[in-house]
Design a protein around this ligand. Sequence first.
Ligand code: SF4
Length: 374
Amino acid sequence: MNDQAALLEVADLHTSFRSDRGTVRAVRGVDLSLPRGRTIGVVGESGSGKSVLSRSIMGLVPGNATRTGSVRFDGTEILNAPPKTMRSYWGDQMSMVFQDPMTALNPVLRVEHQITESLHEHLDLSKQQGKETALALLTSVGIPEPARRLRMYPHEMSGGMRQRIMIAIALACGPRMLFADEPTTALDVTVQAQILDLLQDLQRDRQMAMILVTHDLGVVAGRAHDIAVMYAGQVVEHASASSLFAAVRHPYTEALLESIPKLEMAKHTRLEAIGGRPPDLVNLPGGCKFAARCRYAQERCSTEEPELVADPHDPTHLVRCHFPVGTSSEVPRHEALVDQALDVPEAVSAELPQPTVENHEDPGAGSASDEGAN
Ligand code: SF4
């Protein structure tokens, strides 16, 4: 997808879980490559494997999980590395913003303690330096009155403010790679946009690599350079955002696009839901895993599983389908989303700055004052 050296390289990653019903095959043969300064949106419904993929890369999987394949971070293989080794990566190399800050934050500890905890673990900072860094972090994520907020408990803040705290904690040690797993699901629409814009600004200013996990293609349209659409544990379409929206090729991606509201829709227009349900990951059907829900399915689809192959007209656009949507001249083009995708600034290809804890100046994020404290 690009010429820069990859910070993260994932090859043929499989993750499965032992369960009473059998083996749950949550991630099946995923390949990804991501340089610094670039964002990939990983998109799919619940159960598509997108969140398990992020957690598998970071090593945040439960004891009943088995992972095979390869995850290389900055050239070093880290898949199945011992917990002690992985802990040395968490915080200052890679970090995650979780879905629900209320469950991710500790309700009985003040914000200051929760931010400075990782600073003291990874960086040799005095108490005063830790506090100053925490203040700078809160300012950088657009929290007004940071000194007062440091003394607060999570329940004294609004959902948007808590998510900003989570982002500050994730960025505390200057990670080179950030995972954002449905970071705005628990928030209302206005605050969602503010948090997503904040993440995009921070990613660009710090030149982090970012994996943005979401079920909503509209969320990644103006924020990701590349998009990987997942279904039943596999990537079914992978392209630059502009290429994907200019020529959607997989029927599942097309169905996801039809399920998001558009500005030009008349009031009370009924959104298209994707009929049927995702397959059982314990008893996967043969052939294409989307066949039971696909409007274009033909006989071959239920017997022969498609490979992820390059579109003949665009070698960087990969699709897993025997009968991709449209023809070379008649593919569905989503103009508004193409325009948004083209607006995402390219990564800086020259020598990139190393983020440091001192480098927490205000990146120009919008003020959170409109979110209120409660
Ligand atoms: Fe649909 Fe067949 Fe393509 Fe699967 S392979 S997505 S069933 S057309």
